[in-house]
Structures are given as C-alpha cells and as structure tokens.
Design a binder for this molecule. Structure first.
Ligand SMILES: Nc1ncnc2c1ncn2[C@@H]1O[C@H](COP(=O)(O)OP(=O)(O)OP(=O)(O)O)[C@@H](O)[C@H]1O
Length: 263
C-alpha cells in the first residue's frame, strides 16, 4: 500500500537486482544530526549520518552501547524527530511531515518488530497478525497470509493466544504481522534479544528469507554479531557517526570490527 505519488519508486525498484545492496534506496538519510538536551547537558546522539537502504536488502546496525543505534532507527522510522538533515522513504521526506501524517506513514508503509513482541494478550495469533490491517481498513490478501503463516510455521497455532505460545512463536507472530502488508521497510529492534539461540536463528533465518524471496527491505538493530551475520550488510556507529561497513558479514568479521570500535 503506497500513498499517492510514491508508487513510481517501488515500480522502478522492482526491476533492480533484488539481492543487491546496491539496488535503488528505499530509505535514504542525509546529514542526520540529533542532539538531545541543550547547553552543557547536550548529547549529540547522531552526527552527520548519511546512509541508504536498498530494496530487498537486510541491513544490521551495530555499534558500542550509546553509539546511537536506537536513535538512528527511531529517526529513520519517524518515531523521533531529527535536529537537522533529511530522511526519505521512497519519495517522501518524512522529516517534513506533521504528526498525523507520520502516524499514517508508519501505519501504512513501515513494519515494526520489537524485542518484546508487543502482541495483544487477549487476541489469538491470527487476530494479532490481522489487527493492523483491520485498523487501517486494508483488505487482506488471504493467499499471502496463508503463505506467511506457513513459512513462519504458525499454521497449527493460529487460534492460540500469546500466553500459549513460546517466545520464538510469539516473535514469529510479530514478524508475520510486520510483513503482512509488504511494507516498504521493516525496522527490527533487537528482534532476538528475548529468544534462546535456536528460536533466534529461526526468526533471523525467516527475516533473511523474506529479504531474499519477498524482496522485503529490513533494517535491524542488534548487539549480537551472530544475528548481524544473517544480514547482507552491517553498518557500524561510534559516537553518533557512521564509521564502518561490512558486506556479506560473518560473525567473526563483525566481532573483530566491534572490538576495534570499542578499543
Ligand atoms: N531521550 C534521550 N534524552 C537524552 N539523551 C538520550 C536520549 N536517548 C538517547 N540519548 C543519548 O544518546 C546517545 C545515543 O543513544 P542510543 O540509545 O541511540 O544508543 P544505542 O547505540 O542504541 O545504545 P544501546 O546499545 O545501549 O542501546 C547516548 O549517549 C544516550 O545516552
């Protein structure tokens, strides 16, 4: 679902190599600055960050604690305002939007996955997955729904409430919910932070497959080099600046770069 005037971006991007991190950007940030507070207590959380995220690419954002990962994701997703600079989603400069427009943009064009799953306890897995579409009065493509729940392995458990699901299953519900609308970009904030390593690798494998097979653009903040190795590309922040990047990462290379950043 696109807002008027934005369909061209996806149309042209669809002809690009879906697996390339060099495909046309879906999200493009230029000269992002974010300062919290003022005077002596001011903290420059982002310092002139420019970065592109291509269609169908799975990107991990890493860096030491306090380096600005969450701030960058929140600014990219329109959850926080920037001090200066611009963020484009397709053709829309989201930094110029009013609150109401931002709310609609997040609802219609962005998917979110959080560490804490954020499922409603009184709803079944199926109801949780369908809820955003219902709120937005979007027609659900039943075939896509069936495909998603099959791929994430939830077929048998659609009528269970979250309390009757394991952590990994709950996160798979949250992933299916985020992907149902085929949003232009999915932001995942430590999506495996609450999962054991087996459930975590299932969720990460599914995120990687959805980037490769569904051409889904995914941006993930993580502290975990093993999680980052599922991405096509890892970008590194230090003191609010973008300082490094690795393509086709392995956990060893990511760990090595992190250690260097922290030294
Ligand atoms: N609301 C806020 N008010 C003031 N300072 C903030 C706020 N949010 C973040 N900061 C500061 O901005 C800097 C970047 O924080 P941010 O949470 O983006 O880092 P991070 O890399 O995500 O850290 P972590 O890995 O610990 O989650 C830090 O110095 C932090 O203290």
């Amino acid at each position: 679902m696109h807002m008027s005037g934005d369909t061209n971006v996806s149309d042209t991007a669809a002809t690009a190599d879906p697996h390339s991190v060099d495909a046309p950007p879906v999200v493009s940030a230029r000269g992002l600055d974010k300062t919290y507070g003022s005077g002596d207590s001011a903290v420059r959380a982002l310092d002139n960050v420019s970065v592109d995220f291509s269609r169908g690419a799975f990107t991990a954002i890493m860096g030491p604690s306090g380096s600005g990962k969450s701030t960058l994701m929140h600014c990219l997703a329109g959850l926080d305002t920037v001090t200066s600079g611009s963020v484009r989603l397709g053709r829309t400069d989201i930094t110029t939007l009013k609150d109401k427009e931002l709310t609609l943009l997040r609802r219609d064009r962005i998917g979110f996955i959080f560490q804490s799953f954020n499922l409603l306890p009184m709803l079944t897995a199926e109801q949780n997955i369908l809820l955003p579409a219902q709120i937005a009065k979007r027609k659900v493509d039943r075939e896509h729904f069936n495909h998603l729940v099959h791929v994430v392995g939830l077929g048998e458990r659609l009528d269970h409430t979250p309390a009757k699901l394991s952590g990994g299953q709950q996160q798979r519900v949250a992933v299916a919910r985020a992907l149902l609308n085929a949003p232009e970009v999915v932001y995942a904030d430590e999506p495996t932070g609450n999962l054991d390593s087996r459930s975590g690798s299932e969720v990460l494998g599914f995120l990687r497959d959805s980037a490769r097979e569904l051409n889904q653009t995914i941006v993930m903040v993580t502290h975990d080099p093993v999680a980052a190795a599922y991405a096509d590309r890892v970008i590194f922040l230090r003191d609010g600046q973008l300082v490094d990047e690795v393509r086709e990462p392995t956990s060893e290379i990511v760990l090595d770069r992190l250690v260097k950043l922290e030294s």
